[in-house]
Design a protein around this ligand. Structure first.
Ligand code: SF4
Length: 247
């Protein structure tokens, strides 16, 4: 069977793949139909995977304040540590008013050993105080207002919107950025750029669930270093851009 000519994808030459069925698959054209297939495969497997800690907090109770605080705790921290630290902290204070009563030292000792626990305890204290004084103890629903708070970046703000309020947003963290680029679905240099591209390209129905699915997928299969391509059910769709070592 003749191989179709080499195709151009974003200026990069890409070879079509020969599938087991004998058909050629153009990996440069991972389009909306393929993203539907990819998400449906991810959803089938999601139940068997370890879940991201912040998603567990959100699944227990849709509470924007808890999502915000647990997301701050989760930055550069393992999920097991985030889950336990969030549980200890929320057992003492689960709303801005109660949290504002705790000292920075108390918050630090409750979230220890989360990474940068001292800085995070200061951020949690300051955010809680501002929520009480300026927002009537409620978390604002607008991304621009959330971004004003110390320690709140686009990832955290989008997660509060999506998991906390169920509003449209795309939370692009390191997993979403890396995996969408490996697929060849986007070609970007930073999570911020990825968010912009995904806002243009990703079907709206996947904006909220994509973070949860890809964080779980990234932690279980498509690891940052040496992804498990041999057992990956998306290998037929994925162009493996930039993957040099896999297993
Ligand atoms: S084939 Fe490999 S690089 Fe592509 S999604 Fe699967 S694990 Fe990731």
């Amino acid at each position: 069977m003749l191989m179709p000519s080499i195709l151009q994808a974003g200026g990069v030459k890409v070879k079509p793949l020969l599938l087991r069925s004998g058909h050629w698959f153009n990996i440069s054209a991972l389009n909306d139909i393929d993203i539907h297939t990819a998400v449906s495969i991810l959803r089938e497997q999601y139940a068997a995977w370890k879940k991201p800690a912040v998603s567990i907090v959100a699944q227990c109770e849709r509470n924007p304040y808890k999502v915000l605080v647990s997301c701050i705790i989760s930055l550069r921290t393992k999920d097991e540590v985030t889950a336990k630290a969030s549980e200890r902290l929320f057992a003492r204070a689960e709303n801005p008013a109660d949290m504002a009563e705790l000292s920075i030292d108390e918050i630090a000792s409750l979230i220890y050993p989360a990474g940068f626990y001292r800085n995070k305890s200061e951020q949690i204290n300051e955010i809680s105080r501002r929520l009480v004084s300026d927002y009537g103890s409620t978390v604002p629903e607008e991304i621009d207002e959330l971004l004003v708070f110390k320690g709140v970046g686009r990832k955290t703000a989008n997660l509060v919107l999506t998991l906390g309020f169920g509003k449209q947003g795309i939370c692009v963290d390191t997993h979403v950025h890396r995996i969408c680029n490996r697929w060849g679905y986007i070609s970007t240099k930073s999570p911020e750029e990825s968010e912009k591209m995904l806002r243009k390209k990703l079907p709206a129905e996947y904006w909220i669930p994509i973070n949860d699915l890809l964080v779980a997928f990234g932690q279980n299969i498509c690891h940052p270093v040496s992804p498990r391509c041999t057992v990956c059910r998306l290998s037929g769709l994925c162009s493996r851009v930039g993957v040099t070592v896999s297993r």
